[in-house]
Design a protein around this ligand. Sequence first.
Ligand code: GUN
Length: 295
Amino acid sequence: MTADIIDGKAISAELRVKIRDEINELKSLNKNFNPKLVIIQVGSRPDSSTYVRMKLKACSEVGIDCISENVPEDISQEELLAKIEALNNDDLVHGMLVQLPLPPHLNESIITNSVKQSKDIDGFSQLNLASVFKKNDYPLYLPCTPKGILYLLEHEKVGISHKNIVVCGRSDIVGSPLAKLLEKKGATVTILHSKSTEEQKKFYISNADIVVSAVGQANFITGDFIKTGSTIIDVGTNFVPDATKKSGQRMCGDVDFESCLEKAGKITPVPGGVGPMTVVMILVNVLDSAKKAAD
Ligand code: GUN
């Protein structure tokens, strides 16, 4: 069996067109409708700069005004909190995100919690995350990677209810909320993490209808122990040595793509799978926030 490749790049492009058209229409109906996102980047980590550039480009393509505020690496927590507070109080700003990771002197939890819930389009604040974990509750904004994965599964008509799903990784912003959201949709979910044994990993993955891997380890999932016909969602972004590349390395996910391709039913590639979906969900959340502010 050869798996269908889930083309996150194409699916996100389709969605971006819809977002752009909706924004154009709303702007034509209301000249004051001007969705705006502010990204705060602390310091100049090259990986963060790349992600910020991608977000700026995606926003400009759909008509979202996006400003990146680069603040010094050594900014104090008080100064950063004051900046966030000013943006919380700026009615022209509909969404705000602080690019992670932060330098160690800044408390990530305090910083992400200081973003007003109605502007927390990353969905990282306690208020938004807590409602993911409550029965019959739903956050104002879902974190963008879990939201993008749910969108991909629905787009590909991969059923969730009654399924065995394994989520590898238990981060606050991907693994844990995604596992809970899948469970809320009726799946039986197992979370594998750094303390899971190799036997547990093999046992649960070989019985899983859907496997989502978000551990940040190349070749974490290999074709020999996935279930035939299963859906494999790769959230990993890793770099491995590759002498054929000018940079000497290539990007890959957590999944050994070639071996899983032969056995899975559907699979996301890296790049071009989950990554573009995360970016497009930021646009969805900013548009949502701008629409609520205009109501
Ligand atoms: N760093 C890596 N991914 C993300 C993300 O989705 N949001 C923010 N704020 N920082 C990140």
